[in-house]
Design a protein around this ligand. Structure first.
Ligand code: ZN
Length: 194
């Protein structure tokens, strides 16, 4: 198993939620009006990448925008649980619940890499998250001159808050991961125990 670990950015789910609640209570409150839907058009999860680099990328549609959340550690969580298993068809013993727990635990404890396609993210948060090495995708190197100049409005926009708070998408993500393993048993065997 190959396992890469990038430097810690210390931008975790709970830190984001806590800081946003403290610094941006209005924005924090608005998150409840948003539901996150799986961004089906993107068919976005590269499960081979999840197994080979332990990087999980998930996209949701929130309002009119696309929210991306990425983190490491989900495969490591699974690996520690199953590494000593033996026998033919051992992949069949991996359950949906196990995968849900592996993802959920990684989401709660690992550094997050985030993005949203909205203007609030673009003009207020993109630069500061880039500074914290917590952006998924292209970084923003130009500091805001008008909006959120002091970096005191929480970490993220309300769309990202909705996705990070609700966690409803984790079940859908686990199901997709489960389906990938069951549909590709030989590949799963190689990627997990090879
Ligand atoms: Zn947004």
């Amino acid at each position: 198993m190959k396992y890469y670990k990038t430097p810690l950015n210390e931008v975790t789910r709970w830190e984001i939620l806590r800081r946003s609640q403290r610094e941006s209570p209005e924005r924090y409150k608005k998150k409840q009006f948003y539901k996150a839907y799986v961004a089906k058009d993107f068919e976005n999860v590269d499960f081979e990448k999840l197994f080979t680099t332990d990087t999980f990328v998930w996209k949701s549609i929130v309002g009119d925008y696309i929210v991306t959340v990425s983190f490491e550690g989900a495969f490591q969580n699974l690996y520690y649980e199953v590494r000593n298993w033996s026998g033919v068809n051992r992949y069949k013993r991996i359950t949906l619940k196990m995968l849900t727990n592996c993802l959920s635990k990684a989401l709660d404890t690992e550094d997050l890499y985030l993005n949203c396609s909205c203007d609030d993210f673009k003009y207020r948060f993109h630069y500061w998250l880039s500074q914290a090495d917590a952006v998924y995708g292209v970084k923003q190197s130009v500091a805001p001159k008008v909006r959120n100049v002091k970096n005191n409005k929480g970490y993220v926009c309300k769309h990202l808050l909705a996705v990070l708070f609700g966690k409803r998408w984790v079940a859908a993500a686990a199901k997709a991961w489960y389906n990938f393993i069951q549909a590709n048993p030989e590949l799963a065997e190689e990627l997990i125990w090879g």
